[in-house]
Design a protein around this ligand. Sequence first.
Ligand code: CMC
Length: 378
Amino acid sequence: MTLCEYKPGLEGIPAAQSSVSYVDGQLGILEYRGIRIEELAEKSTFLETSYLLIWGVLPTKEELEAFEHEIRYHRRIKYRIRDMMKCFPESGHPMDALQASAAALGLFYSRRDLHNPAYIRGAVVRLLAKIPTMVAAFQLMRKGNDPVQPRDDLGYSANFLYMLNEQEPDPLTARIFDICLTLHAEHTMNASTFSSRVTASTLTDPYAVMASAVGTLGGPLHGGANEEVISMLEEIGSVENVRPFLDDRLERKAKIMGFGHRVYKVKDPRATILQYLVQQLFESFGHDKYYDIAVELEKAVEEKLGQKGIYPNVDFYSGLVYRKMGIPIDLFTPIFAIARVAGWLAHWKEQIEENRIYRPTQVYTGLHEASYIPIEQR
Ligand code: CMC
């Protein structure tokens, strides 16, 4: 039985009932469990926000301390995972390394007990704790260095930046990075979240769920766009070149990376916050001409495409923040994944709590009753 017409990309088709997050694309509102993203970015931390997303309520002081403590304790990765990662080609994309390593975690924690709250908590804690360590380890190993061990005296974001850069970040950089993670932690039924829910619905293990979502996030139309934004700003090269570049792209019907969204028809609220964070970083650590190019591009795109509802999305300014922090471009999407693990875990938990396996239908456009032609007659 077909209930509704086929919609490419499932546009407008609800794929789940969810209370994790909410977007109003006309008003530019994003809420996690009912709380506006602006308020969480200002007042919360990434780990507190993760707790909120996954367990549905803000933790008490004791609950948050216990959660942070468990995550600190589980940050190290097994030497066999590290040795496996050492064999990955250094020319490979870090998203592929992350996908393979996330899946490999399932080899070590294979007991699947989805009805046991302790199993759920263990998986949540391990994935939040170990994924940043795996991203940092691959980065150091592909440069020929040994991975840096996590430091228990550092918070979640400061520790990640320390493991990545082999030096402790200043408090402003660590706080801004933490806000970036909060902003990327969850975003309703996007492609990778849908992928995580489909995989979860088979009742497979949560490591396979994360690996499936990481694979989906990597594409240039989804999380991979933040890398492409920086390449595009570098290609533009100067403020004067913005309009000729834009005209040329639009004439060739090419997309402008970091703009447009299936749901938002106004500026993505996360882009507004990220733009403010870029300004803060530049005030403290020096200006960057790519910011001027970005601002001019935003103005020019708004003039040409604003009537179509094409405005900056989350990926437009995030790359500038990470670039200013000295993070290599191909780590932007793995960092997106570090954050989005929180949202994927929240959806995994929600899915298995009231599960029905995904098994949609299709509109068949092929042949019927076709004959088999012997190979010598084809
Ligand atoms: N540049 C130029 N035109 C655009 C853009 C853009 N970035 N985005 C959409 N349009 C136009 C598109 O050409 C089409 O025009 P027309 O109706 O005249 O043919 C119209 O807007 C609708 O576009 P669509 O591609 O059908 O929209 P969609 O909802 O299928 O795609 C999108 C949404 C995000 C994939 C798309 O806007 C895009 O490719 N943007 C560039 C890549 C990007 O920045 N991706 C990050 C998305 S946000 C974070 C995330 O999801 O991870």
